[in-house]
Design a protein around this ligand. Structure first.
Ligand code: HEM
Ligand SMILES: *[C@@H]1O[C@H](CO)[C@@H](O)[C@H](O)[C@H]1NC(C)=O
Ligand SMILES: *[C@@H]1O[C@H](CO)[C@@H](O)[C@H](O)[C@H]1NC(C)=O
Ligand SMILES: *[C@@H]1O[C@H](CO)[C@@H](O)[C@H](O)[C@H]1NC(C)=O
Ligand SMILES: *[C@@H]1O[C@H](CO)[C@@H](O)[C@H](O)[C@H]1NC(C)=O
Ligand SMILES: *[C@@H]1O[C@H](CO)[C@@H](O)[C@H](O)[C@H]1NC(C)=O
Length: 536
């Protein structure tokens, strides 16, 4: 326990957010998104900002995306700000809630340009039933800043997608300094924080000609076909050049040295405290980075009243994964793996899984170093072990004994969950499990799903869950098609079979169950053809 406790000590003091106890479908998924990044993986958020000048959007006057002067990272950071900037601290409305995805909001003058639709097109695709689109917008900022030279921005999860547009309220460049101070105050930021937030945001990107032709002329540059006048000379890299160039008087920031004084909002904002904040940023890249980390975190954590965010998600020192149960006669087959974080290397390591069963006994089994070895970005190394035997078939449990919870032991030291001194076991659920008696009727292409329901468990219902994206990309889940106990199906002493015939299959369908008042997702429906034929 000793070596793994340190990492979480700092976050346990935050009383206003809820603690992260595994299993938690949303936090487990967000933690994996944040920390299980394979450098080669093409299907992660970071792939869209690596290299940092990647631009996958369709520019207004260029359909290739190459040489446009634009970048995903700049669009993403601006989108996070514009989504949040509708917040009103007085009544708690608005905030980072993905309301920017609605056409009605994008059509407002304050949201001119296609940067928002470009951003949503990419990031909403990473939303799931557990990760809201609003969380993906926040993740886009976190990844963008960190992968493009900036600090880690602490990430909390749990944003909720708005179901309709928010009231307008994003500041525009031709407005007065007083109105900008008032606008940021309404969003929950002081004048000094306003200067910081604008400087932190405008380290990326710039102003485009097409939506802002009164600010930026056509540049006639084949490497910058969208005619973007960048805020500093390193527009896809997080650094304090936005401040050093401003203080040195060499800046080409179009909102500072633009030909029309009315739209020089950065000039008015940056100078509004006599340059005190900007000078401190220019003097210290370190201060700039730490201040931006804090301010970006405040920005993405500005959410509508009633939305409760999690604690800052740090890597779990010990994280079970892919836990699955299958009932085969009297045997409950148990598979899965466990990930340890920043494990010191030890060729002679003895790694054990320990578990308690329903009859009060404890057992153990040696963990096998997994074939999937490590991920190494951003801040740590993940080491995986497989639960069970050499052939990866898992661990065979006696169905009656089953399993209640588990712990892990490394070289004689117990690894439990870290949130309390005593530690919390890793609870597992064997009340509703897949039965190998499930099969497939070839005559009508119907699957007969047999779920084994533990006789001693308080199972209220077993049903099909279907995930659907609505017209605004938000994923909802509906529950239909309830299973019923099958008195004729073969049973063992511990379980009863509940059954349902399901026509067709699909990646968006799952078996769910309500067990002791809590709803669990038990199983993703298999391809029909993965099931044995019912007649054979
Ligand atoms: C008074 C406040 C602000 C004003 C008036 C303002 C104004 C602007 C304008 C006119 C653009 C050009 C957009 C385009 O051409 O598509 C822009 C771009 C941008 N703004 Fe702001 N901004 C403000 C605050 C912020 C804040 C607080 C952030 C983030 C923390 C931010 C982040 C960005 C980014 C990243 C871009 C570049 C977008 C791109 O290149 O695609 N801005 N801003
Ligand atoms: C770009 O070309 C347009 C059209 O020929 C011209 O009006 C404009 O002045 C040029 N801009 C620059 C910065 O040279
Ligand atoms: C300067 O910008 C303001 C606000 O967009 C606009 O009303 C005005 O006509 C512009 N002035 C010039 C000289 O372009
Ligand atoms: C801030 O610094 C810039 C660059 O040196 C200068 O042009 C500007 O006048 C200063 N503004 C204030 C309010 O001191
Ligand atoms: C693991 O199980 C074996 C066999 O039952 C037992 O002798 C041993 O003490 C157990 N180890 C731990 C750490 O509980
Ligand atoms: C499919 O065929 C099987 C076996 O004939 C039958 O029991 C089942 O009810 C049929 N399913 C549907 C949806 O018709």
């Amino acid at each position: 326990m000793r070596s793994f406790r340190l990492a979480l000590l700092t976050s346990t003091c935050l009383a206003t957010s809820y603690a992260y106890i595994w299993p938690s479908p949303m936090l487990d998924e967000l933690e994996s998104t944040l920390y299980e990044i394979l450098p080669s993986a093409a299907s992660t958020i970071s792939a869209f900002i690596q290299p940092c000048d990647t631009f996958t959007g369709i520019a207004l006057d260029d359909t290739t995306g190459l040489g446009t002067g634009r970048s995903n990272i700049a669009d993403w950071v601006r989108t996070a700000y514009h989504d949040m900037a509708t917040h009103n601290v007085a009544d708690g409305t608005g905030g980072l809630d993905a309301s920017i995805r609605f056409e009605e909001e994008q059509a407002r003058a304050e949201n001119v340009g296609n940067g928002f639709s470009n951003t949503i097109n990419v990031l909403a695709g990473f939303s799931t039933r557990y990760t809201s689109i609003a969380d993906t917008i926040a993740l886009g900022l976190v990844f963008g800043v960190e992968f493009c030279g900036g600090p880690r921005v602490p990430f909390r999860g749990g944003r909720i997608d708005a179901t309709e547009p928010n009231l307008p309220g994003v500041p525009e460049p031709e407005q007065t300094l007083d109105s900008h101070i008032a606008s940021f105050a309404r969003q929950g930021f002081t004048q000094e924080e306003m200067i910081g937030l604008v400087a932190c945001g405008h380290t990326f990107g710039g102003v485009q000609h097409a939506p802002f032709h009164d600010i930026v002329p056509e540049l006639n540059d084949s490497d910058n076909t969208a005619s973007v006048a960048h805020f500093d000379t390193t527009d896809v890299h997080f650094d304090n050049n936005i401040a050093t160039e401003y203080m040195a008087g060499t800046t080409k920031n179009p909102l500072v040295v633009g030909f029309n004084a009315t739209t020089n909002s950065d000039k008015r904002i940056f100078g509004s405290d006599g340059n005190v904040t900007m000078r401190s940023f220019a003097d210290s890249p370190k201060l700039f980075a730490s201040r931006c980390s804090e301010l970006f975190a405040r920005m993405i954590d500005t959410v509508p009243k009633g939305v409760q965010l999690s604690e800052v998600i740090t890597p779990l020192p010990v994280k079970p994964g892919r836990i699955e149960f299958t009932l085969d006669g009297d045997i409950l087959q148990f598979t899965g793996d466990v990930r340890f974080w920043n494990l010191p290397s030890n060729p002679n390591r003895v790694a054990l899984l320990l578990w308690s069963d329903h009859l009060g006994a404890t057992h153990n089994s040696t963990l096998l170093p997994s074939l999937i070895s490590t991920t190494d970005y951003p801040q740590g190394v993940a080491t995986y072990y497989t639960l069970g035997a050499e052939d990866f078939s898992g661990i065979s449990l006696d169905a009656k004994a089953g399993i209640v919870n588990m712990r892990f032991m490394l070289d004689g030291e117990l690894q439990t969950q870290q949130d309390t001194e005593a530690g919390v076991d890793f609870a597992v659920q064997d009340a509703v499990v897949f039965s190998t008696s499930s099969c497939f009727f070839e005559n009508n292409e119907t699957a007969r799903y047999n779920m084994a329901v533990r006789n001693t468990a308080k199972v209220k219902s077993v049903y099909i869950e279907t995930e659907m994206r609505d017209s605004s990309s938000h994923i909802g889940v509906t529950e239909t098609d309830f299973f019923s106990p099958d008195p004729n199906a073969p049973v063992n002493a511990a379980y009863t079979i509940w059954t349902l015939n399901v026509a067709g299959s699909g990646f968006n369908r799952y078996v769910g169950a309500e067990i002791d008042g809590v709803k669990y997702t038990v199983l993703q429906l298999l391809s029909l053809f993965a099931l044995p034929s019912c007649t054979s």
